[in-house]
Design a protein around this ligand. Structure first.
Ligand code: ADP
Ligand code: ASP
Ligand code: MG
Length: 414
């Protein structure tokens, strides 16, 4: 008998019929003698629908009320799944995040889980029940309902698996595993049999939406055996693990892209000690996350600083700069929206020089201009114009020999 944590994403529980199929799968695990804790997302695109409704009332609703609203989506799906299991004669109990003992930091919209008191879950499991937990939510120390950030149900599942010392955590989704690129953009993408935590963390952080980045962070930290697989088939998925078998010994394991990038250039900042610190401190105080940073001096007394932020943070960043104009002493601010960060990832890069050059050469051959570059041991990222995204992802996928002979199969989104 094993203890298994499973997570089903929005598409997988998008209709009553799909919830019934999920219930059947869970029952097959129960029949095999396993204990099962299930984490579910809100049905289909219902979280987006809730966001839209709030925005019709106010362009920037308060984060507290948004958390109150968005957590309702998961409450619908946990109750329906528990009912589907009970209808088949299996004992099941649905638990909200707070009933499951999930405590988070006191932040709305992107709270981190600080503690899990798993006593209630243990008790329900000991009574033979399937425990169905709402993903993406918790309760802060101050007693407020919080959410973990979009896509956060993956993180709920992995942290529950760590807390319960589960034998494994299975993420069931609408593709059959982690692919060498988003299979919706690259039909020739290949499913990886395994990938290391570090590579997966880079891919997730760089825009591969198949796993919430913090779920990978937690899996690595607590050594959770993590599997990503399809909720529509019985195909084997992808194991995310410590030292993944590097398979063919390839240098690049995947291409990721993030289409929500904006670039800001602060022109004519005084070139003095402390300039950078003042600028980025002002942005940090206002919760603006900065990604790639480039500083260039074009004359002795002044410097230009370019950096990227997510498109949704652009206005906040521009307002912050304007509010601090006097203290920062810059001449003017320029910005560009509609950019994509495209990245290649692979642990094999550490020992293979020339990978970045090959990426730049390929983009040049496709006549795609590179606006910014950032590198680490195991990734190279380039910022390009968003109109070239699909073309660039496919070209890099091909040049780094990731194309499969057979096309990837993607299941429909409800
Ligand atoms: P869920 O609702 O199950 O959490 P998501 O939409 O969050 O599902 O994640 C699955 C989606 O991630 C896929 O449909 C796919 O389009 C996208 N994706 C992006 N990059 C990758 C990748 N490298 N491998 C697999 N899927 C990817
Ligand atoms: N329902 C939430 C979202 O759509 C959380 C999740 O699906 O993981 O972002
Ligand atoms: Mg997801």
């Amino acid at each position: 008998m094993a203890l298994i944590v499973q997570k089903y994403g929005g598409t997988s529980v998008g209709t009553i019929e799909r919830i019934q199929r999920v219930a059947e799968r869970i029952i097959s695990y129960k029949k095999a003698g396993h204990q099962v804790v299930v984490v579910v997302s809100a049905m289909g695109k219902s979280t987006d629908v809730l966001v839209d409704m709030a925005k019709q009332l106010m362009p920037h609703p308060t984060e507290r009320e948004m958390d109150m609203l968005l957590t309702t989506g998961e409450q619908v799906s946990i109750a329906l799944l528990a009912i589907a299991l009970q209808a088949r004669g299996y004992d099941a109990v649905s638990l909200t995040g707070w009933q499951a003992g999930i405590t988070t930091e006191d932040v709305h919209g992107k709270a981190r889980i600080s503690r899990i008191d798993n006593e209630r879950m243990q008790r329900e499991l000991a009574e033979g029940k399937v425990v169905v937990v709402a993903g993406f939510q918790g309760l802060s120390e101050a007693g407020e309902i919080t959410t973990l950030g979009r896509g956060g149900s993956d993180t709920t599942a992995v942290t529950l698996a760590a807390s319960l010392q589960a034998d494994r955590c299975e993420i069931f989704t609408d593709v059959a595993g982690v692919y060498t690129a988003d299979p919706r953009v690259v039909p020739a993408a290949q499913k990886l049999a395994s990938i290391s935590y570090d590579e997966m963390l880079e891919l997730a952080n760089l825009g591969a939406g198949v796993l919430h980045p913090r779920s990978v962070e937690a899996a690595k930290k607590y050594k959770v055996r993590l599997v990503v697989r399809s909720s529509f088939t019985d195909e084997e998925g992808t194991n995310v693990e410590e030292a993944a078998d590097m398979e063919t010994g390839r240098v690049v394991c995947g291409v990721a892209h993030d289409e929500d990038v904006a670039k800001i250039t602060v022109v004519g900042m005084p070139a003095q000690v402390g300039t950078l610190s003042r600028l980025f401190n002002a942005l940090a105080v206002n919760q603006v996350n900065v990604d790639i940073i480039i500083q260039s001096s074009y004359e002795a007394k002044a410097t230009n600083i370019s950096f990227t932020v997510s498109g949704s943070d652009l206005n906040k960043a521009l307002d912050t700069l304007e509010a601090n104009r006097e203290e920062l002493g810059f001449e003017k601010v320029e910005f560009e929206q509609g950019l994509t960060k495209i990245s290649i990832v692979g642990a094999g890069m550490i020992n293979n020089p020339g990978v970045a050059a090959q990426m730049f050469r390929q983009l040049a051959e496709e006549e795609i201009s590179i606006k910014m570059v950032s590198t680490s041991d195991i990734k190279v990222s380039c910022v390009i114009s968003a109109e070239h995204t699909a073309h660039a992802v496919r070209a890099l996928h091909t040049i780094f020999q990731l194309d499969a002979k057979q096309m990837a199969v993607v299941h429909g989104v409800s």
